[in-house]
Design a protein around this ligand. Sequence first.
Ligand code: GDP
Length: 289
Amino acid sequence: MASPWSLSSALKGMFARPTIDDTTWDDLEDALISADFGPDITESVIDELRASVVKYRTTDPVDLKRMLRETLEERLAKLDPTLHLSNRPAVVLVVGVNGVGKTTTIGKFAKFLTNYGRTVVVGAADTFRAAAVEQLATWAERGGAEIVRPQQPGQDPASVAFQTVERAQREGIEIVLIDTAGRLQTKSGLMDELGKIRRVVEKQTEIAEVLLVLDATTGQNGLSQAEAFIQHAGVTGLVLTKLDGSAKGGFVLAVQEKTGIPIKLVGQGEGIGDLTGFTPHVFVQGLVG
Ligand code: GDP
């Protein structure tokens, strides 16, 4: 089955014609825009392809398809998607606004890690809503992870983060995933809270990764959300969720090029196993066909 974000049906007519002509370029532009590459990236991809077509003196749409694949893959591969989790414990802060799939991602990520034999503890540092803590506990359990909860509702999030890292150090747990609040109504309060968590944890150990979770279905809106976190939270990697429900495959390139931060994980479903590392080659195969 084709991925929902696949361009292949939009590109079908174009590659069925015998030669590359003006209509080919118009169709390609429409396909890239509707897949949410955004106008600048669409233009630069098309410019690059026009130059390649001239350079290799081809008029064959099959060559153009191959060049499109190569261009997208090369651009996506410019940033390194490796997760740096070799510290012991490796502390990962997970940030992002409510509703993007943060809780689910933490459960899936825990599972991803425990499948590789790693031990994991999750810190419920979004202490504001008791229901959120319970939901996180359910996902942590599914992921085979321990959890550190606030001792009372509204406990200082930084102290929960501290206790989680302390438990990992005491019990030799390898990976710490810290859930954080995502109420964007209080943007400066939220950024201060994240700043405090970082400062407290950094006194205990180095922070291995700060992962920003973004919902791929929000497209260009997700980009503006990302900015505040990138400016204030020291983001080291992106997690794109809900790619299974998105026709906006181009967002993947847009978000990476506009933020300059690598996509490290991709969520493609609501199940515990639906999180994978990001592999440009596999992604582009799904996108272009
Ligand atoms: P949070 O508020 O950021 O913690 O978001 P949740 O983890 O509670 O997720 C919000 C909704 O998005 C839930 O209904 C999840 O099942 C759903 N969700 C999360 N990740 C994915 C994904 O990769 N694909 C799909 N289709 N749904 C997802």
